[in-house]
Design a binder for this molecule. Structure first.
Ligand SMILES: Nc1nc2c(ncn2[C@@H]2O[C@H](COP(=O)(O)OP(=O)(O)OP(=O)(O)O)[C@@H](O)[C@H]2O)c(=O)[nH]1
Ligand SMILES: [Mg+2]
Length: 192
């Protein structure tokens, strides 16, 4: 896929402002710091479209980007950000939930997990939530550049077993090396 245009459309802070999107949507969810914003920058070939940061909890709003005037990429706030207050966490959770349940053009959710770690309870909860609402998803294992080639298969098996999905349901990516971008484009192209 050739990215001809990538523009920031809006940030959404509360569930009342979720309407008005008229193209297919692809959302990125996952724990704080897993690499959602970095992956959006990597696949769009833009360095600073989505704000990435080593400080967890960087993305606190839903950020919407329009690509090639054809579809939207949706950067959702990370869950499980330990430093956030219970109240903050609850309000992000509500925002994420309302978005996922109500977005009319949501075609696919990409659930990101760090390839180095066993998925957490919150990741499992996210998957059961997606199953409950019948929302189709793919798993993306991020930051593959941080481990050796030999370790990649081992970690992918661990992630698949922990989450109860097939090996083929997991896309291995690196925002640093642009690994896996083609697979993401393939999914998007088939759905727009
Ligand atoms: N080496 C490497 N670092 C990465 C990769 N993806 C993300 N990072 C780093 O991980 C940190 C977090 O990345 P973000 O993209 O901000 O993560 P996020 O999921 O958007 O985080 P929140 O907005 O807090 O939910 C940053 O320091 C990134 O540079 C990757 O593929 N490889
Ligand atoms: Mg982010």
């Amino acid at each position: 896929m050739i990215i001809k245009s990538a523009e920031f459309i809006k940030s959404i802070a509360n569930s009342e402002n979720l309407g008005g999107l008229d193209l297919p949507e692809f959302a990125f969810v996952g724990r704080s710091n897993v690499g959602k914003s970095s992956l959006i920058n990597s696949i769009t070939n833009r360095k600073k479209l989505a704000k990435a940061s080593s400080t967890p909890g960087r993305t606190r709003l839903i950020n919407i980007f329009k690509i090639n005037s054809q579809f939207y990429l949706v950067d959702l706030p990370g869950y499980g950000f330990a430093q956030a207050s219970k109240q903050e966490q609850a309000s992000w959770q509500k925002l994420i939930g309302t978005y996922l349940e109500n977005s009319k053009n949501l075609k696919r959710v990409f659930v990101l997990v760090d390839i180095r770690h066993e998925p957490a309870e919150k990741d499992k909860l996210m998957l059961s939530y997606l199953y409950t609402y019948n929302i189709p998803f793919n798993i993306i294992a991020t930051k593959a550049d941080k481990i050796s080639r030999g370790q990649i298969n081992k970690q992918v098996s661990l992630i698949a077993n922990t989450l109860g999905v097939g090996l083929g349901d997991i896309i291995v990516t690196s925002a640093q090396d642009k690994k896996g971008n083609e697979k993401i484009f393939e999914i998007i192209e088939n759905l727009i």
